[in-house]
Design a protein around this ligand. Sequence first.
Ligand code: HEM
Ligand code: HEM
Length: 158
Amino acid sequence: MNKWFIFNFLLLVLAVWQITERTQLPIIPIHIAFGAAGMFLFLFNWTRHAVFSTIRNTTNKQTKIKLANMSKKIVPYHRWIGTTALILISIHATLVINLFGPDFENMKLLSGLLAGAVLGAMVISGWLRLIWPSVTKRMVHIWLGITLFFLIAIHLIM
Ligand code: HEM
Ligand code: HEM
């Protein structure tokens, strides 16, 4: 199994743990619900990296074909899932700033803003990649994803 499947699962566990710590379940404040929904959509798209890496590295032909077919079915939704993640996170940020004010000493807020900016770049690089594909844009799209993964982890821990 590719290591990214495990990393993604750990990020999911971290998010669920932080949300249960910060809220009185089953009631989830709306600003956190938007953050969580955006995070799940990010993780859904990011799992593509784990799937592609597995396709590249596996020697089992059956697994390669199965994953490639599954991946093909998701292609048309990928762009809209990524764009929706950005919209949900923008609502999350707006609600949070309305609640706590623009407190730039709050590390949770700062780490969130950084993650939000990289998510914006991720979505832009995705659309550029779709319209004018190039190897550089592919690498930019993947490296922004890796950076974003760790920024979200930092945002959750803060
Ligand atoms: C990719 C971008 C982002 C993701 C995936 C995300 C996700 C989350 C999640 C799941 C939570 C609830 C769990 C926790 O408190 O650790 C949260 C909380 C929070 N986020 Fe974000 N967020 C993102 C961007 C932002 C941005 C842009 C801001 C800036 C305004 C922000 C500010 C906050 C704050 C202040 C909290 C704490 C809320 C509270 O304690 O009630 N986040 N975020
Ligand atoms: C949360 C946001 C996003 C994440 C985490 C994400 C992640 C990924 C990953 C991991 C891949 C596979 C990388 C590879 O080529 O090996 C990929 C491919 C791609 N992404 Fe994104 N992406 C996001 C948003 C978008 C958006 C908004 C678009 C807009 C069009 C987009 C367009 C593409 C295209 C065209 C490909 C290559 C074709 C394909 O195999 O689907 N991405 N993305």
